[in-house]
Design a protein. Structure first.
Length: 193
């Protein structure tokens, strides 16, 4: 429960008007209304203490702390009750525990960082290998493509030999050099037909 919720609950329980609450707390009505309704995000401690007192509440409940902080406060209060030597020993123990926790956190962080760096290096190596493979495939594809284009150009310019001649059954004896373009067009029509 936050401070404004606690103050709203106290105000509802007392049925006190805004002006009565402001007079009793010694704070302007607009300020009281803003603090109680949660408009003021970080109200001054003194103002909250006056409003809580005017409503008959408790500051301990208004500023309810998380259990972990309450445990730490309890340890400090215990330490205040024991002697100076025991207090120093307790503080020293707490400091050592904190140092051990920080060292453990640092070691865990460094292990995680090393693992991520290894994974990053592995991914970079895979990327480099993939690029090499892609280059080889592209070079092979271009070599095959240029070879096919070269064979087509050669066969189109030399219809008396090559695979176009065998494809169309052109006889060397019946071949007429003036019909190269016509033969090429027939060949292309045959490919797309």
């Amino acid at each position: 429960m936050d401070i404004s919720q606690y103050l709203q609950r106290l105000k509802e329980d007392t049925n006190m008007s805004w002006s009565d609450l402001a007079k009793k707390a010694g704070i302007p009505v607009s300020t009281v209304r803003d603090i109680v309704n949660g408009v003021t995000k970080y109200p001054a401690y003194d103002a909250v203490a006056r409003i809580v007192s005017a409503l008959g509440g408790s500051l301990d409940k208004a500023y309810e702390m998380p259990p972990k902080i309450q445990e730490q406060i309890a340890v400090i209060r215990e330490a205040e009750e024991i002697g100076p030597e025991e207090f120093k020993a307790t503080i020293s123990t707490m400091r050592n525990v904190r140092i051990e926790m920080l060292q453990h956190q640092r070691e865990s962080y460094e292990r995680e960082l090393a693992t991520r760096q290894q994974e990053n290096e592995r991914l970079h190596q895979e990327n480099r290998d993939l690029r090499k493979t892609l280059k080889i495939i592209l070079i092979a594809a271009f070599a095959i493509m240029f070879s096919i284009i070269g064979m087509l150009i050669y066969d189109l310019t030399h219809l008396d030999r090559g695979w176009i001649q065998s494809f169309y059954g052109i006889e060397t004896a019946t071949y007429q050099p003036g019909h190269i373009l016509q033969s090429a067009m027939d060949f292309l029509r045959g490919l797309f037909a």
